[in-house]
Design a protein around this ligand. Structure first.
Ligand SMILES: NC(=O)c1ccc[n+]([C@@H]2O[C@H](COP(=O)([O-])OP(=O)(O)OC[C@H]3O[C@@H](n4cnc5c(N)ncnc54)[C@H](O)[C@@H]3O)[C@@H](O)[C@H]2O)c1
Length: 481
């Protein structure tokens, strides 16, 4: 079963509303390849050029405190059900509803709840049952972990119905949807948080604090990536709903999953909070892997033959981004060649250098090489931010990619309970996610440069960086393992 997105937008009153840009077309890149002009995928360039006026600044916004955060989960496959389990270990939450179009997934997610007393009503009747969850008046937060195509429709509908949203990555796959999320969050004053867990990984937080304390001097250049060989998993039908990830990789050619690498370096560079991304270029290798693997798998399972006419994503995508401060970012994406996992996470400054991958993370203060173990331990002690000192051990115990997932969830709930601004607000969500469609455009146009929209509409100049020292909040307990 597959939600018809056009139908949904109509039902939700969002289609053609010209919410932000006046665009009336549905603009999932895969659907629109027919509308080519002198520029390939020209709708992307046009959407990126649209101007918008901020109506309310969500950066630094403090929503009313919530003593208990009442949550509805939408999409509880492998990622969403793990989130249900993690969140159920946090005090001051109530899991009110769980929706998944596959009833067994909803049941399994409910069974993973680790604390007593959650009503957790299941919604699985059809592919629009999630809308009923959003319409309930006893829910504060909608936590979205469905496949990419449903992130923006679910988030928009939930905010329109008065809910804060926390959305898995990327929050949207089109420029138009990124703007709609910004406009809707500002108008409804509901938070739209991107669930970029890598921003809460230990080396990333260490280097963020080092950057803030001036250890690197001026930051000249950063690198990030999502390099993860998950090719085989594309053909394990039980792994993902309706082969959604193979479909995305077959239809679109760009950096489809930019935020793991980009989120942490944007925080380092104060993007949207003192700095902004200005323009980018993107280049893709040819596809040496995906089509061949699809052909191979189609021999034993004809269901995969439906993808064979697609262009397929070039295996390695490399993008370069210029920021207002003059610092540059190199971002890569490869999910299909056999090589070790890497998010790179490289910081090169006028005084020092750090690089996470290949593990372990390393720090250098000159060309002689990386500091030794003893010096590293000293730096780690000196620069570990309070959020890690206070929650890190517990997060490691509870887990989720080594603890970062839990730290992210805990911080989200603690901020909502204390009425604090979000660490990763709608502007971060939109600007980190928009790299996907912009990279598609650049790849399709011989790596031509494209402007990156300023979703803050200029308020990046005065927005302030988020708190990693837990100056306020930190009142939320945890049910440890
Ligand atoms: N941050 C991370 O480290 C990380 C890791 C893995 C996945 N993810 C993200 O999590 C999301 C889900 O990935 P996954 O691997 O769990 O995929 P999945 O296919 O296992 O889960 C998606 C779920 O959404 C459900 N769904 C689809 N349409 C629905 C509808 N109309 N109503 C309700 N439910 C619906 C599916 O039935 C499925 O259970 C993706 O956005 C992915 O990028 C993030």
């Amino acid at each position: 079963m597959k939600t018809n997105r056009r139908g949904f937008l109509k039902a939700a009153g969002l289609a053609g509303a010209g919410l932000v840009t006046g665009c009336t077309s549905t603009t999932r890149a895969g659907e629109l390849q027919e509308g080519k002009s002198a520029f390939q995928l020209d709708h992307i360039r046009k959407e990126a050029q649209n101007q918008y006026k901020q109506t309310f600044n969500m950066s630094g916004y403090c929503a009313p405190k919530l003593d208990v955060v009442r949550i509805g989960f939408l999409g509880v496959g492998s990622r969403g059900s793990a989130a249900v389990e993690r969140i159920s270990r946090i005090d001051g939450i109530s899991i009110v509803a769980i929706s998944d179009v596959q009833p067994e997934k909803a049941e399994l997610a409910k069974a993973r709840i680790k604390s007593p007393g959650h009503p957790a009503v299941l919604y699985s009747e059809n592919d629009e049952a999630w809308m009923e969850v959003c319409r309930r008046d006893d829910i504060d937060l909608i936590y979205i972990a469905s496949h990419w195509a449903m992130h923006a429709p679910m988030a928009l509908y939930a905010m329109e119905h008065g809910k804060h949203v926390a959305v898995e990555i990327p929050v949207a796959t089109t420029v138009e949807d990124c703007w709609k999320l910004v406009e809707t969050s500002e108008r409804t004053k509901k938070h739209c948080v991107i669930l970029e867990n890598c921003c809460y990984d230990f080396f990333e937080l260490l280097t963020l604090n080092m950057a803030r304390q001036g250890f690197f001097g001026d930051i000249v250049h950063c690198e990030g990536a999502y390099i993860h060989d998950i090719l085989e998993s594309f053909f394990k039908k039980e792994n993902r709903y309706n082969n959604w990830r193979l479909k995305e990789n077959a239809e679109r050619n760009g950096n489809l999953y930019p935020t793991h690498g980009l989120g942490p370096v944007c925080q380092l560079l104060n993007v949207n909070r003192g700095n902004k991304m200005m323009y980018m270029t993107s280049m893709a290798s040819a596809d040496f892997m995906l089509k061949k693997a699809t052909e191979q798998n189609a021999k034993s399972d004809p269901e995969f033959a439906q993808f064979l006419d697609n262009p397929f994503r070039g295996n390695m995508n490399t993008s370069s981004i210029m920021t207002n401060s003059g610092s540059t970012i190199m971002l890569q994406h490869d999910v299909s060649t056999p090589r070790p996992y890497s998010r790179i996470h490289l910081v090169s400054g006028t005084k020092a250098f750090a690089q996470k991958y290949p593990l372990p993370g390393k720090i250098a203060i000159g060309h002689e090489g990386f500091v030794g173990e003893e010096e590293y331990a000293k730096l780690e002690k000196q620069y570990t931010p309070a959020i890690v000192a206070k929650i890190g051990d517990l997060a490691k115990q509870i887990g989720g990619h080594g603890g970062m997932d839990f730290m992210m969830d805990w911080r989200l709930i603690d901020c909502l309970r204390n009425g604090l601004p979000m660490d990763m607000d709608v502007y971060d969500a939109a600007s980190w996610s928009v790299i996907g469609p912009l990279s598609e455009w650049s790849v399709a146009n011989r790596s031509a440069a494209i402007d990156i929209p300023d979703f803050t509409c200029g308020s990046w100049k005065t927005n302030i960086p988020h708190d990693i020292e837990l100056h306020t909040g930190n009142t939320t307990g945890v049910l440890s393992k």
